[in-house]
Design a protein around this ligand. Sequence first.
Ligand code: GSH
Length: 219
Amino acid sequence: MHAMATQAKPVLYGYFRSSCSWRVRIAFALKGIEYEQKPVNLIKDGGQQLTDQFKAINPMQQVPAVTIDGITLSQSLAIIQYIEETRPEPRLLPADPKQRGQVRIICDIIASGIQPLQNLYVLQKIGAEKVQWAQHFINRGFEALEPILKQTAGKYCVGDEISMADICLVPQVYNAERFKVDMSQFPTIRRLNQTLTEIDAFKVSHPSCQPDTPDDLQA
Ligand code: GSH
């Protein structure tokens, strides 16, 4: 039994289609941690993330945020690292420091070099050109990721163990598909995504089957 099992379940403030929320859902699922979801609708009422009530939870006015062990955390990678450090099994960072370095490169390319540039808030500022803008930055990031993954991948992004790199990759590919990026240029990314999306933890956390998924988008 888990050491933390007697405490209240963690609460995830997220949105079904948010790729950063999906990262956290995958991490919870991989580690077998039960949690509650409090949906924050990024579109309805002009965006519930922008309310004073949510600003008190995450001053950056973005999902995800998680309350866990008596604290509130935001930033998906900080949340996942906290979960990793407090609930280490199964590990999401490889034992080998070189492989850890590789995992972090992949996470940073996605979390700093791609996702922030195609985030809702940014796209709303871009206006009519938003699809081309998003495609441009996803392509640019994937053009860097493809040769890196070719070197690092085994069955998964880095070797044969699922890691935070895989947790970042799958939701970013989902965004790429939403923005109709031509994925035929990225065979390694496609292969990894195909393998990973067959895994239960990725399936149960998919945007198509969350408590706030609208009926017409449910799987
Ligand atoms: N670096 C943050 C993280 O990793 O958690 C990024 C969070 C983020 O961009 N969240 C998006 C959001 O809440 C959804 S994936 N967007 C709301 C908005 O743009 O107004």
